[in-house]
Design a protein around this ligand. Structure first.
Ligand code: GTP
Length: 246
């Protein structure tokens, strides 16, 4: 297998399928099956989940709710999504633990790095909820941070398109899909994969990101098998320095 431990980033929007809001059971069921497939290949899977299907912090802050409060509301939304996904994973007999960056002991374990790693070693899927626990940080940044903390080999960034394009393929017919792109190009060209904090964190720590279409059946499996799916975001020379303290 190309990767041993992965951090899957799923946006809140991905949970709503074609609905305008909320959680689409069929979509979450599909996501659970995709994760199950990866776990059954012997891969350790951690998930960071967004909350935009329930509450969009940035939008709300524009409309008058203070940014910090809006972000906290968004973090709570991610907990709802985490519990939903846990439920579907358990339907497929996958042992799953939810860890929340904001302590709410009655419904989830608190985030404890070493415990999360132990769960992963035991084959449990760990869902990280409540982002980083801090306002002004996105769940993409939470994904980068957690990936580093747990020593993931890669971040699989699930999207609705099949990779990174030179411009929006929905608007620009000449848009070109990249097979690989460097962190610095993502930042310089303003390619909207993840926010710049999340990308910078990955760049500074040589954490590769694969941007892929979650809707494609078996895409996670194909990435793990080393097939060319989506776009790989990496450093200049494509090599990865293994940090000693990872
Ligand atoms: P091991 O230590 O490897 O046995 O892991 P474990 O998660 O099976 O053991 P533990 O006794 O820590 O947890 C048993 C169950 O309780 C699991 O489903 C955990 O997710 C859950 N759990 C553990 N700590 C907390 C907590 O602080 N809050 C909540 N809500 N559940 C917890």
């Amino acid at each position: 297998m190309k990767y041993r431990r992965i951090l899957l980033k799923i946006s809140g929007e991905a949970m709503m399928g074609d609905m305008a809001y909320g959680i689409d059971p069929a979509t979450v069921d599909f996501i659970a099956k995709e994760i199950k497939q990866a776990v059954s290949m012997g891969i350790e899977v951690a998930v960071v989940i967004g909350g935009g299907n329930i509450f969009r912090g940035v939008e709300a802050s524009v409309k008058g709710i203070g940014r910090a409060s809006a972000d906290y509301m968004g973090m709570l939304a991610t907990v709802i999504n985490a519990l939903a996904l846990q439920n579907y994973l358990e339907k497929y007999d996958l042992p799953t633990r939810v860890q929340s960056a904001i302590e709410m002991k009655e419904i989830a374990e608190p985030y404890i790095r070493r415990k999360a790693m132990r769960h992963l070693e035991k084959g449990r899927t760990v869902i990280f909820a409540a982002g980083t626990g801090n306002p002004y940080f996105t769940t993409d940044t939470a994904a980068s941070l957690r990936a580093m903390e747990i020593g993931a080999d890669v971040i699989l960034k699930a999207t609705k398109v099949d990779g990174v394009y030179s411009s929006d393929p929905m608007i620009d017919p000449s848009a070109r899909k990249y097979d690989t792109v460097t962190y610095i190009d993502v930042l310089k060209k303003g390619l909207s994969i993840m926010d710049s904090t999340a990308i910078s964190l990955c760049m500074d720590n040589d954490m590769p990101i694969v941007v892929f279409n979650l809707r494609g059946k078996g895409n996670i499996k194909k990435i793990l098998e080393g097939k060319k799916i989506g776009t790989l975001v990496r450093g200049n020379d494509g090599t990865r320095v293994k940090k000693k303290d990872r």
